[in-house]
Design a protein around this ligand. Sequence first.
Ligand SMILES: [Zn+2]
Length: 185
Amino acid sequence: MQAIFDDYVAAAGLTTDLVNTAPGVWHGEDQLPDDAAVAAFVGAYGLTGEDDLAGVHELRDRLRAVLDLRDPEAIERSASVLVARGLGSVGLEPDERGRLQWIARPGADASLVDRLALVGGIGVLGALRALGPERFRDCASDTCSGVFIDTSRPGRRRYCMPDLCGNRANVAAYRARQKASGGIS
Ligand SMILES: [Zn+2]
């Protein structure tokens, strides 16, 4: 499956999801604690590869650092280094409307971590060029240290994990309203 290398929105989604598995976002509890967890995570994106837990964790830290940069030139520099790490070839292929599009492919000997670096670079560069640096943001939840790349069309995403952080914030706001109005607690 090559789709993840051809779709910066999907690649940015993987990047956001990977960064937010870090223990720092989960009060110390790593969401990728072992090889099986990594295999399940990358498998959901159609990727497989050899076990390299330390390498995945290290890349995750680097991607987090890139998402924290917020300066477009610095983001571009760092993302280009990530792309170079996994890139095997660049070519031109027609898209579904017959227009030629640049495509990036990982090297035949690129490790899983190298390919993840390429995906991260594609996601970050694509979002930066197509949407702008203001799409790299902190989670709006007070209790969350996650970050995300907002690739939504309106660009109003607020949470790193909308199902989780968004709900948590809604529940907190609801409780606060109940308390303020003297309702049931
Ligand atoms: Zn969050």
